[in-house]
Ligand binder design. Sequence first.
Ligand code: PEP
Ligand code: CO
Length: 442
Amino acid sequence: MEKIKLSWKPDSYISGKFKKKQQPVWGDNKKLSLIKKQLHKLPPLVFSGEIENLRKRLKKIANGEGFLLQGGSCAESFADSTGKNIRDDLKVTLQMSFLINSLGEKQILRVGRIAGQFAKPRSSDFENINGEQIYSYRGDMVNDSAKLKKARTPNPERMLSGYFYSASTLNLLRGFVEGGFASLESVSKWIPKTKSEIRSKIENIQKTLHLLFNLHKIKTNQSDFQYFTSHEALLLDYEEAMIRKSSAVKKNCWYGCSAHLLWIGDRTRESDGAHIELLRGIRNPIGIKVGPNYEIKDLIKTIKTLNKDNEDDKIVLIIRMGVKNIEKLFPPLIKEVKKQKLNVIWISDPMHANTFQLGEHKTRAVDDIKKELTLFFDVCKKNKINPAGVHLEMTGKDVYECVDKKTNKKKLGDNYSTLCDPRLNATQSLVVALHIAKLIKE
Ligand code: PEP
Ligand code: CO
């Protein structure tokens, strides 16, 4: 059993000792405490046994068996939590995983950025709209995205709505997985629409998928159909209220029951921060985003604090350094982690450090995303560590938020609907999946 310092409790992060970054100003504290009590009484969204199962799958990945595919929208929204959208997001994840599985010959561990990805870190607390200062949008669990003062006022009741949207999304996902929707047969039949020049690539993918379906009829086993959830554990009040003690699988252990895997963002991972204190007491596997501005000593401290027993199925380091920085900044981190003999699972987020402005929209180029993945695999190979997975922002919705090439002049217009960062659409996700399969095989 993990040794947790006696002083840890689900609310020990509240102590003034810990810096609380990226939190909303709720205003109404009475209402906040009522909502937290209500949340605490509601059933956990995930069961501790499932979290332990995810750890078992991660243990295999740590041993070189399998590949982690983590993906979904940058920010989910309440309005977009519809059956169709959930189905389409799952479909694209399934298709990607079958492509990587068969072409890359790795079993895929699927973890969605879904059923709880409702809180966002922002670079500024405020936004200026027509001369008026209003709060920045911090995700549907905090405020409404409309550019109006009233809409942007943080409201703790939205955490309750977030819980119920997460529950209904999770319910449908479980239904899809249990009811056969996640089967290879349905996966091989679905072909995404595309208006772009990569139509022929998609047709090849179609042929491949049919081929894979026939192959897989004999190869698939039950664990291929597992699907886990994850989100950024950003909103301290919500995550605290969702922590439960369980004795069902391990005696008297604490679990973050809002999702199977929780990750800490690049802006909230300082070792003396409230997020680290909150998460150090729970058994869930924890992802840590690592951007180009990481400070090596502090990051090592964060890893050690979150994984006191240095277990190999606990920490997923999500490297998001960007095409320009990864070759220079990633190797020193690997060196130090090796020197300290820390067990971590290395995965790549090739999205977050490759964002740029095109006209009035934030975008990313598929070319950059593929390039960062190539560099990630190269650096891993040169430094003899296992490139164990990817973390992507993607959607099954027919959007156009990422451009194919940086030089692409095509305007981002009507099909741009993300509330935060630009996502790969279904076609682009499959192109990236093919690239990943190629890198795994090289
Ligand atoms: C995100 O994953 O949407 C995000 C904000 O990432 P990061 O913490 O890496 O910037
Ligand atoms: Co994002």
